[in-house]
Design a protein around this ligand. Structure first.
Ligand code: 4LM
Length: 394
């Protein structure tokens, strides 16, 4: 019986693997014999996680790596050459934007930012140099949705590879490959791990593309290898993914409704609200609306800081998808790699507050948020919903 019948597979804490003889070692290097070689190329614990991630995303294969940025960079370094172009959506996680804006461009790759919420804008921008079309949906931090099927159809009229960052959704809420995307990337640090105790990432796609990303992008370019213990912890997280996501979604929906109705709030971005201009796309493309909310308060930045500092249960921290509810200020934190001008151009306002709704008792979260909103002096509580107009979320 494999693993001595252990219900939970063992963690292979090893960096290298013994060859039965010299010829066998050479054959493994040449790809003529199966068998592990060295930790940067693979590990049985990592391989089990990869099997499970590929299955969950509906891809042929997966590669687990050391971080979300390790996934993104390993994939993209494997796909582009000097002279190529990447078309990316206008709103991205701050370090993804920094990699595109300051990393790729140093090596002769052009990055063009296009509003991919408008598929016709991609049709106009696409050209023979475009090798990659890259986006997040919902986007970090302002929850813009991109139509995966429409964008994939257009990108595939050319030879571009469509990469979707599915971190906000996880495969439980959205499966980009089934909608036409070529590769999915994840920060597994977030919902996949789910407990705020590791940093990891993953790429999912065809066998051929994952093999290239493993042996070119990861092995020779980024070296962003996942630790066996982190692979184990993500597998433990996956066992409760569905339960956790259902709870994140239900609580976030309730909290978004509460925030949208509060007089202190100027604008909210949550695709689950019927008033969101992207609600129909969200219903078509996502199984549920996720655990992430962004909003702007009347009074902008000053009000945002006051609100965040008034919270007592909710933790001021970056990252997302943890059991704890986390709040952060994108302009000064996750999206500080953008210049103020870039943030203004790409729709990331100084007053934007981002909330990752956790797994605590819902009423505890709501009481804390209501108290912090009431402290802004606009006096409206969860019990006196007023019917004021909702802002569009696009
Ligand atoms: C954050 N995010 O937003 P690693 N893709 C998306 C992300 O949100 C992140 C990464 C990739 C945050 C981190 C501090 C959509 C990260 C990068 O952090 O490298 O696992 O993932 O708060």
């Amino acid at each position: 019986m494999s693993h001595q019948g252990a219900l939970v597979p063992p963690v292979y804490m090893t960096s290298t693997y013994a060859f039965p003889d010299t010829a066998n070692g050479g054959d493994r290097f040449a790809g003529e014999q199966d068998g592990y070689i060295y930790g940067r190329l693979g590990n049985p614990t990592q391989a089990l996680l990869e099997e499970r991630l590929a299955s969950l995303e509906g891809g042929e294969a997966a590669l687990a790596v050391a971080s979300g940025m390790g996934a993104i960079t390993s994939a993209i370094w494997s796909l582009v050459e000097p002279g190529d172009e990447v078309i990316a959506d206008k709103t991205l996680y701050g370090c993804t934007f920094a990699f595109f804006q300051h990393g790729l461009t140093k090596f002769g790759v052009t990055v063009t930012y296009v509003d991919l919420t408008q598929p016709e804008a991609l049709a106009a921008a696409l050209n023979e140099k475009t090798k990659v079309v890259y986006f997040e949906t919902p986007s970090n931090p302002n929850n813009r949705l991109v139509d995966i099927a429409a964008i994939s159809d257009i990108a595939h009229t050319s030879c571009a590879t469509v990469i979707v960052d599915n971190t906000y959704c996880t495969p439980y809420l959205q499966q980009p490959i089934s909608l036409g995307a070529d590769l999915v990337v994840h920060s597994a640090t977030k919902y996949l791990g789910g407990h705020g105790d590791l940093v990891a990432g993953a790429v999912i796609g065809s066998k051929e593309s994952i093999e290239t990303i493993r042996y070119v992008g990861l092995k020779d370019m980024t070296g962003a290898v996942i630790a066996p213990m982190d692979a184990f912890l993500i597998m433990r997280g996956l066992k409760t993914l569905e339960l956790r996501m259902d709870r994140h979604c239900a609580s976030a929906h309730a909290v978004a409704t509460q925030i949208a109705e509060h007089k202190a709030v100027e604008r909210i971005y949550y695709p689950g609200l019927k008033e969101s201009s992207q609600h129909a796309l969200a219903k078509r493309q996502m199984h549920n609306f996720g655990g992430m909310i962004a909003f702007e308060l009347k009074g902008g930045l000053e009000a945002g800081v006051k609100f965040m500092d008034a919270l007592q249960l909710v933790t001021r921290a970056v990252s997302l998808g943890d059991a704890e509810t986390l709040v952060q200020h994108p302009a000064s934190m996750t999206h500080s790699p953008y210049t103020p001008e870039e943030r203004a151009e790409f729709g990331i306002s100084d007053g934007l507050v981002r909330l990752s709704v956790g797994l605590e008792t819902l009423s505890d979260i709501q009481v804390d948020i209501d108290r912090a909103l009431d402290a802004l002096g606009h006096s409206a509580s969860i019990c006196s919903l007023s019917g004021r107009a909702f802002a569009a979320s696009a």
